[in-house]
Design a protein around this ligand. Structure first.
Ligand code: RIB
Ligand code: CA
Length: 309
């Protein structure tokens, strides 16, 4: 039985690959795509989602725009990684895929209300998910799992302590982690095991269809941008790791721990404090992904790209 998912994203190069994986793999039924401000402003992340879906021929999945800014803090974007458009590297035409008129939060709630066993896969800041939890608490209690890319049990990538998706909206992340719903966190510790190497790029380039050509071009830009940006460590393909956890949980090994989000405006604002040793006395509230079968992950990603005609 295919896992029903909603992908909440901020395309973003790795978001784009996560979308392509989620649509192509038969183990996942992509019910809806929702967008949030993050890597770039909402207008850009939304246009980018529609652009990728248009190239990939994903016409039957509704896409709706969500929060244009974080709940409390000032807005963060990441043009140094994703460029001014948020998805530099491919000459996109005007998208054929339209925009659903509903707000992302309402599309999420209506989709969850209509289907059983829906897994949310947020791969950007958690603003939409937090708003959905506050606006539709009864419906959101039905959510099967929240498998999110974000956080770190160690170093951050946006500040020394915080990872981008959490740091971009720490208050939203706190609402999600303290919601009582099942949460699976796919942090930098895991996603840095999915590095875009020159060999991987060559394999993507060799697939030989238009969607894979787009993916290769996007990954080429993404890898170079990260190489050029000071202090960023290698081009990890973060967001598809969360989708891979839904598709094949066995290739993303997890451990159940307590995770809290730092919301004090301190040097560690937006840090995810992961009690891996179980010494805090706080109840475990999340699964945290720790070990990736990288070979199986890349096979999954390449098989998905090959599935596009
Ligand atoms: O820290 C990596 C995360 O931040 C990824 O989701 C990337 O797309 C950016 O949103
Ligand atoms: Ca993202």
């Amino acid at each position: 039985m295919a896992q029903k998912i909603i992908l909440d994203c901020d395309p973003g190069h790795d978001d784009a690959l996560a979308l392509l994986l989620a649509h192509a793999h038969p183990a996942v039924e992509l019910l809806a795509v929702t967008t949030v401000a993050g890597n770039q402003t909402l207008d850009k992340t939304t246009l980018n989602a529609r652009r990728v879906m248009s190239v990939a021929g994903i016409k039957e999945v509704p896409v709706a725009a969500g929060a244009a800014r974080p709940l409390m803090r000032d807005q963060l974007t990441a043009p140094e990684v994703h460029g001014q458009s948020g998805l530099e590297g491919w000459p996109f035409d005007e998208p054929e895929v339209g925009l659903d008129p509903r707000h992302a939060v309402d599309l999420i709630a209506e989709t969850v209300a209509a289907c059983d066993e829906v897994t949310l896969v947020p791969v950007g800041p958690l603003t939409n998910i937090a708003l959905a939890l506050h606006r539709h608490p009864g419906v959101m209690a039905k959510v099967k799992d929240i498998v999110l890319m974000g956080g770190s049990s160690g170093l951050g990538n946006t500040t020394p302590a915080a990872e981008f998706n959490i740091h971009a909206d720490p208050e939203a992340a706190h609402i999600v982690f303290s919601s009582g719903l099942p949460v699976t966190m796919v942090p930098l510790d895991l996603t840095h095991q999915a590095m875009v190497t020159p060999q991987i790029l060559e394999q993507v380039r060799a697939v030989g269809n238009r969607v894979a050509d787009m993916a290769a071009a996007l990954l080429g830009f993404y890898s170079q941008a990260i190489d050029d940006a000071d202090g960023l460590s290698g081009a990890a393909l973060h967001d598809p790791c969360a989708v891979a956890r839904v598709i094949h949980p066995e290739i993303v090994e997890c451990k159940r721990v307590n995770v809290v989000v730092e919301t004090a405006r301190s040097w560690s604002y937006g840090a995810t404090v992961c009690d891996l040793q179980g010494i805090s006395g706080r109840e475990p509230n999340a699964l945290i992904a720790q070990d990736l079968d990288a070979g199986a992950f890349w096979d999954l990603m390449l098989d998905a790209l090959t599935a596009y005609s």
